[in-house]
Design a protein around this ligand. Structure first.
Ligand code: DC
Length: 228
């Protein structure tokens, strides 16, 4: 009999290692990986790079009706974000996007548009999605939910390394400030804030290697898949 497919939700604050873990877990299970943060980042980049202002209700509506986001696998099977057919992976990781994405992602219209699309992407199951509200709101029935956290200092250093690898210039202080600001804004917003789902499993990655985080999640996934 073929293994049943499940939905895996990985939530947690910025820099806790969600994307790296989720991406490798998906590869190991043969599942699709969806970085929901990349979708909010693409919306933010759209407004920053167009003449439309998200602070105007009319322009927000106008912009959202023109946005088409797609995540495709690029070289080495790396997920790449496309906005209206254009590759924007590098742009969406830039500091101006990081500085504005919490505000843009708190807007009800933006959340509705993204959550509708995320649910469509996950309707076939066999998906690993990471974000802030996946286990609580997007897929409250996900068979496996992980809540991934790590110390702020560890997260800051990881983000710096990741940005430098992508060729994005940023200082440690700038990144720390951004992480602290987003922690505050993402967990205090009214609509679907960052919160641990009641049935999520805690995982603190402060002292874990990527391999250890991945093994933990894959083991839990295998248990869930083979449980009757
Ligand atoms: O995962 P990330 O740091 O790339 O996410 C960028 C921002 O997007 C994050 O600060 C808040 C928002 N976000 C959200 O509101 N809901 C999600 N499911 C994922 C991200």
């Amino acid at each position: 009999m073929k293994d049943k497919k499940i939905t895996i939700a990985i939530d947690g604050p910025s820099g806790s290692g969600k994307s790296t873990t989720a991406k490798i877990v998906a590869r190991k299970l043969g599942y699709r990986y969806i970085d929901s943060g990349a979708m909010y980042r693409a919306v933010t980049w759209y407004f920053l790079s167009s003449a439309l202002n998200w602070k105007s209700a009319e322009q927000l509506d106008q912009g959202l009706s023109k946005i088409d986001i797609d995540i495709r696998l690029g070289q080495n099977d790396e997920p790449m974000t496309y906005l209206n057919g254009v590759l924007v992976e590098r742009q969406i990781r830039s500091m101006p996007v990081s500085d504005n994405v919490s505000e843009v992602s708190s807007l009800p219209e933006v959340r509705k548009a993204m959550v509708d699309q995320q649910r469509k992407m996950g309707q076939e199951k066999g998906v690993v999605m990471d974000g802030r509200d996946i286990g609580t709101n997007v897929f409250p029935d996900a068979e496996l939910k992980i809540y991934l956290v790590a110390d702020t200092e560890v997260r800051t250093k990881r983000r710096l390394k990741e940005l430098h690898e992508r060729g994005v210039e940023a200082s440690l202080d700038e990144i720390r400030r951004n992480i602290e600001m987003r922690d505050r804004e993402d967990s205090s917003r009214v609509l679907n804030p960052l919160r641990k789902a009641g049935d999520a499993i805690d995982l603190d990655s402060s002292n874990l290697s990527i391999q250890e985080q991945v093994n933990f999640v894959v083991e839990k996934a295998q248990e869930t898949i083979h449980r009757k």
